[in-house]
Write a protein that binds this ligand. Structure first.
Ligand code: ADP
Ligand code: MG
Ligand code: ZN
Length: 670
């Protein structure tokens, strides 16, 4: 009698758990240690297989492998080995682990750990004093109200679950982010027809990261996926994980994923993931804190999903740049979807979504509202419509009129939540010429990457931007490509000078980049014929960023002057080239500007149409730094495959196959 009641008390259990924990932790910490081996040896073991478990410790840069059977390592025999790998190869090591896992060489877990401390031990150390307090508190509470069970729930996830009964958000509620919606449609399809994808051996993504400025509809998109996929949707905010008790966040994560897995197929949505996923050491306090443990647990859970489990993690952030690289490793957030500020068409569509079901005066033109609101996000536009409805109600009117819409726009612009500037028309035109200048120059240059997108929507500090994307991965750049990059960088400034007869501050960043690049070409890459293949400056990584403080200059004043002159000559050359292109194709530039003013963003296809008559320029000032060294006239050797394709082409071309330089190579070796 007496005894059973004793064991029913939570206090007793807590004390027992603590005693047990101490016993267990001393057991764990005194467990067999890891035998140190070279990274290559450890990777070799990964290849050989027969592995029980692998842990990659990001912070300590160690790779720990538990083997199923003891193996010989030099003199010793060991089942647990550990290798210290250099920081730079972290991703490669992880890729090897993934490969081994995929090849079935690892029977158990393969995890990344952010912090190596045993979660258990840290939990214990952190929790011990708190536990004592909690016990006291519990005693009091059970005295006062006869039960303190609620307190014991603090490690449970706070996730809100959306099920079939919650009012649905659908993709139709999201406007102006077609690309994001398209990507997410696919996720929905994965969840609905997993068999279709598995039959093809396709890997279903584990994680989808939505990133973009606040108010652009990331949370909305995630809810739409939930509404459309018809599966349980667990939504939690990153900040919910971060609590004052160490270990609580980690346990919430575990709990959340357990719930999701037992209800699979399901979606787990972590909003504002930067609250937990912040780059290590970026926060205050540093070290292995609560957040790192939570992050660790999140990584472990993500690695633990098997792809058939049907749990997909969607996360959203405004700050992808501060996320821990471990989160972005392969096999975690396989999909990354940018959600951007909408352009004119997007704004029109969003306004229409939010105007639905609201009475408007007949003369209201939502398109003109869209025209007046460049830089507004979806949330801003929703706000405009809502404000105007409120104003209308306040004045006891029946329909929302243009006046109220105008006033609401002003309110939203002036309101505290507006961060982006709204440009005047003149400023907009200057920006359009600036970006058009970049785009046209890039289009006309022979070595520039293709123009992907041009926009005059302001992002962050810049007023607009032109995006050029290489079509393939590039690891080196030729001098010709770099000079073209210089001309491209100066294209914006040149257009301002050409058309408005004076430069603006808008080109500041371009000039900074161009100068840094030109200086690097000369002092780092030895691309100046006057200064030769010599590295000037000892400041390591970035001798060209003006960080001369504390760095020794290892060249004379005369050389410094020569470097400056060469930098200026390069910039002048590029500036001239940009200028000539703009003068030659002024009408094309004007067409780009008109289209930019109208649509704000133009695509590669638009550029191709507008620039149809633009002819690629010949290469600028070829390299002439050979001195007395005579470059070979022999072209690079051809691989068998290249020879093959040449002969195939020659056959196709028929009789005139011998025209061109290719015929010299088929003569065979000399
Ligand atoms: P984020 O999570 O990116 O900060 P939200 O998803 O919370 O932005 O957006 C806030 C609100 O703004 C949404 O509830 C919706 O009313 C509106 N909104 C944002 N983007 C869009 C969009 N693309 N289409 C329709 N409404 C939008
Ligand atoms: Mg949000
Ligand atoms: Zn620019």
């Amino acid at each position: 009698m007496e005894r059973t009641r004793f064991f029913r008390r939570p206090v007793v259990w807590i004390i027992l758990v603590i005693i047990g924990a101490i016993a267990l932790s001393s057991f764990f910490t005194s467990g067999p240690s890891y035998h140190k081996v070279d990274t290559s040896v450890a990777l070799d073991q990964l290849n050989q297989g027969d592995i029980k478990k692998v842990v990659v410790q990001d912070k300590e840069q160690t790779l720990r492998i538990d083997l199923n059977n003891p193996k010989k390592f030099g003199e010793t025999e060991a089942t647990r080995i550990e290798a210290q790998y250099p920081y730079q190869v972290g991703d490669q090591v992880w890729n090897k682990v993934l490969e081994a896992k995929a090849a079935g060489k690892i029977s158990g877990d393969a995890n990344t750990e952010v912090s190596s401390d045993s979660v258990f031990l840290t939990l214990l150390v952190n929790l011990l004093p708190i536990a004592v307090l909690v016990i006291l508190l519990l005693l009091f509470m059970s005295q006062m109200q006869g039960g303190g069970s609620r307190v014991l729930n603090f490690g449970k996830s706070k996730a809100k679950v959306i099920t079939k009964d919650t009012p649905k958000t659908t993709f139709a509620d999201v406007a102006g982010s077609e690309e994001a919606v398209e990507e997410l449609q696919e996720i929905k399809d994965f969840l609905q027809n997993p068999a279709k994808y598995q039959a093809l051996g396709a890997k279903i993504p584990k994680g989808v990261l939505l990133f973009g400025p606040p108010g652009t509809g990331k949370t909305l998109l995630a809810r739409a996926v939930a509404g459309e996929a018809g599966v349980p949707f667990y939504s939690i905010s990153g900040s919910d994980f971060v609590e004052m008790f160490v270990g609580v966040g980690a346990s919430r994560v575990r709990d959340l994923f357990e719930q999701a897995k037992s209800n699979a197929p399901a979606i787990v949505f972590v909003d504002e993931i930067d609250a937990v996923g912040r780059h290590r050491g970026a926060g205050m306090g540093g070290g292995h804190d609560e957040r790192e443990q939570t992050l660790n647990q999140l990584l472990v859970e993500m690695d633990g999903f098997d792809t058939k489990g049907g749990v997909i993690l969607i996360a959203a952030t405004n700050r992808p740049d501060i996320l821990d690289p471990a989160l972005l490793r392969p096999g975690r957030f396989d999909r990354q979807i940018a959600v951007d500020t909408p352009d004119m068409e997007g704004r029109k569509a969003i306004l229409r979504v939010h105007a639905k079901g609201k009475p408007f005066a007949p003369d209201v033109d939502l398109d003109s509202v869209a025209r007046r609101t460049p830089g507004f996000t979806g949330a801003d536009l929703a706000n405009v419509i809502n404000e105007s409805a409120l104003l209308t109600a306040r004045h006891d009117k029946r329909a929302i009129s243009n006046d109220y819409l105008e006033e609401s726009i002003d309110r939203v612009i002036a309101g505290p939540q507006r961060r982006t500037r709204v440009m005047s028309d003149h400023e907009k035109k200057i920006t359009a010429y600036h970006e058009g200048g970049h785009a046209l120059v890039a289009w006309a240059l022979p070595h520039s990457a293709p123009v992907h997108k041009v926009t005059i929507l302001s992002r962050g500090r810049s007023l607009g931007h032109t995006l050029v994307l290489p079509t393939e991965d590039k690891y080196t750049q030729t001098r010709a490509e770099m000079i073209d990059t210089l001309a491209y960088a100066l294209g914006g400034r040149a257009a301002e000078e050409l058309v408005f007869h004076e430069p603006t501050t808008g080109a500041g960043n371009d000039i900074e980049k161009a100068s840094a690049l030109a200086r690097a070409m000369i002092t780092q890459y030895g691309m100046s014929s006057k200064l030769g293949a010599v590295k000037y400056g000892t400041s390591g990584d970035e001798p060209f960023l003006g960080r001369t403080m504390g760095h020794e200059r290892d060249y004379s004043d005369a050389v410094a002057a020569e470097i400056d002159a060469e930098v200026r000559a390069l910039i002048e050359l590029a500036h001239d080239e940009a200028w000539e292109i703009l003068v030659e194709y002024r009408d094309v530039l004007d067409s780009i500007v008109l289209e930019l003013m109208e649509k704000e963003t133009i695509s590669q296809a638009d550029m191709a149409r507008i620039c149809a008559r633009v002819v690629k320029r010949p290469p600028m000032a070829p390299y002439n730094g050979f001195g007395k060294r005579q470059p070979s006239t022999e072209p690079p050797v051809l691989t068998p495959a290249e020879k093959e394709s040449l002969t195939v082409q020659a056959a196709a071309d028929g009789a005139e196959a011998t025209v061109g330089g290719s015929s010299t190579n088929s003569d065979g070796p000399r």
